[in-house]
Design a protein around this ligand. Structure first.
Ligand code: FES
Length: 116
């Protein structure tokens, strides 16, 4: 299973429908979501931008505009917020999201400027 991921060193924090998830950096968003929900790996996805079963609405830090994209083509970045998911994704992520902390419950993200 680990072979499906691009090399990564740390987890990054994204917010999906108000729930905080930690996913491997430098990977496609759909693969990142598979990391937190194995059901994504068994979902009905083409993985090549044809089926649109992975369509998401999202915002990025510092950009209030909402964008529409395909999770099989986007890389999730720290602070990314997914505001809408295609039905197949909602189905595959349902259990994970139900058990993930809400934003107001989650511990603050680690800072990159650690005390030295
Ligand atoms: S998985 Fe089919 S369009 Fe992304």
């Amino acid at each position: 299973m680990a072979d499906v991921y691009e090399p990564w060193d740390q987890l990054i924090r994204i917010v999906v429908l108000g729930r905080v998830l930690e996913v491997p950096e430098r990977n496609l968003l759909l693969r990142q979501l598979q990391y937190v929900s194995e059901d994504v790996g068994m979902g009905r996805y083409c993985w090549n931008a044809e089926c649109r079963s992975c369509e998401v609405h999202y915002t990025q830090p510092g950009d209030t505009a909402e964008h529409v994209g395909l999770a099989c083509r986007l890389r999730g970045l720290p602070g990314m917020r997914l505001t809408r998911l295609a039905p197949e994704m909602r189905h595959n992520l349902g259990h994970t999201l139900a058990h993930a902390p809400r934003e107001d419950e989650a511990a603050p993200p680690p800072t990159s400027s650690a005390a030295e």
